[in-house]
Design a protein around this ligand. Sequence first.
Ligand SMILES: NS(=O)(=O)c1ccc(B(O)O)cc1
Ligand SMILES: [Zn+2]
Length: 256
Amino acid sequence: QVASPVPQGPNKWHEQFPIAKGQRQSPIDIVTSNAKVDKALSDNPLKVSYSNNCCQSVTNTGASFQVVVDGAGTEISGGPLDSTYKLVQFHAHWGPLGGDEGSEHTVDGVTYPAELHLVHWNQKYKDVGEAVDKPDGLAVIGVFFSRGKEHAGFKPISDLFAKVPRKADKVDISFNYDPACLLPARRDYWTYLGSLTTPPLFESVTWIVMKDPVEVSAEQLAALRNLLWETPSGEGQMCNNYRPPQPLQGRLVRST
Ligand SMILES: NS(=O)(=O)c1ccc(B(O)O)cc1
Ligand SMILES: [Zn+2]
């Protein structure tokens, strides 16, 4: 059969997705001194209410792991959001084994070893397929992972990666799991208007990037490499699946 083409790297995406050079691309480097504290964000706090039985399965998408969520009862609102958004999936991006690069967003040029993305869609649309390319269609909460002590809340998920080594592999989540356990205790964040960080790169994301990282162990970061993907020299450990920061194009980054 015809081998599926090895995915092209970020610097070639613009050939097939011209929006890669658009005006509101993600990720970005967050220059903390340029972020503007907006009282309105604290006056109407971001509300995260996830249920603890919303996670259905973990799959290997060929570009990351993805925990598929049944959106029932998993809603966020407030903060920068003018509507209620529902969680549909979460995944991550990471770097090489033991390295400190891997996050997509950077903070004053500083990278983290990984970044988690909790993807939500605007309930004003009929489904995520309709929302995915609308300017207010998606809201993604980004959480930086730092290397440190084991994250007990992430362990039930990181233990499943070895069960989905290949693209399209999928394992059901039979236990109760509340993704809110992956959020840092301090809920301060930066927010700005951006895009999907992988093709099709739609400029449809209100980004909410948590200021505090959460600690995960070196073993949990290493477990991400139980996921395999296609490389130019055949199947290999999935890593460096992050897009580097893109031009800010004059956008404002707000802060709580
Ligand atoms: N990496 S990301 O959170 O910006 C993201 C989210 C969703 C999709 B997608 O539904 O294709 C792609 C990228
Ligand atoms: Zn992502």
